[in-house]
Design a protein around this ligand. Sequence first.
Ligand code: PMV
Length: 307
Amino acid sequence: MERCARASGKVILLGEHAVVYGAPALAAALDRGALARALPADRARLVLGARSGAEGDGSDAMRAFAALRASLGAPPLAVEAELEVPAGSGLGASAALGVAIARAVLLAVEPELSLAAPEACARVLAAAAAWEGVFHGDASGVDAAAAASSGCIHFSRTGGSEPVRLERPLPLAVAVAGPPASTREMVQAVARLRARRPEIVDKAVSGVTALVNNARLCLEAGDLRGLGKLMDLNQMLLSGLMVSTEAIERACDSARRAGALGAKLTGAGGGGCVVALAELEPEPILAAWRAEGLACFAATVGAAEPA
Ligand code: PMV
């Protein structure tokens, strides 16, 4: 029987790029992400919104789908998937697709399995990592961990993902500040900077580690003002890694002028989205962005549900 699976999009509150080099990151799952359903088929097929592919067509999407199915040991299936967040914009679209498709495939081939069971969660994450590997090369795994979660998570490459207890919900505003950018290219640009000037990247990575550790304490204490300041400092370090753009800086500045406690890019940068933290209501920030012609939305992040 056909059943629909979901996965969350995400914003990174702090820690993108540094997480690739072992720093921790804090990510928050969005209530919009990706949907997928899978049906038995003779040949693997994948329909992604208006685009479709079939087994052997050589596209990245079909290679990723093959890697995902191989990870789950699944037979050929026809999958239809849809995105609820813009792709290439730092909201974890590709990982949300990977997690939603992996969940849909498991539901189709092992209908008696509970997706909430730890074994199923581990298989979904491994399959989503195989999917992400085709698009991103050296993905840290933070996107897939957030896509498979709710609420807020603390993630590191060595420690994996753990839920963060929030003393207060986070009123966030998200704007699409620039055109989509390739995560793979942005991660490679930071790797090139590190090869030329290792001290710049290594200092940023230890700076981000300290910011993330303090931000976790702020989340657990409900100190949104402290969290906002740490987000602003993280944005400065990201600018130092040359992954910010003028459009991102403008969107951060207008959010702060409209009362945001902090604002930064989310994801790989080079374009894409900005996330701002409001004290209570995100509406004044959204109004400022709309006046500048930016597409935007509000998202409230609550506590992570226990796995
Ligand atoms: O651009 P996104 O949403 O895929 O986020 C990427 C986050 C990075 O830290 C830049 C890369 C990674 O794999 O962690």
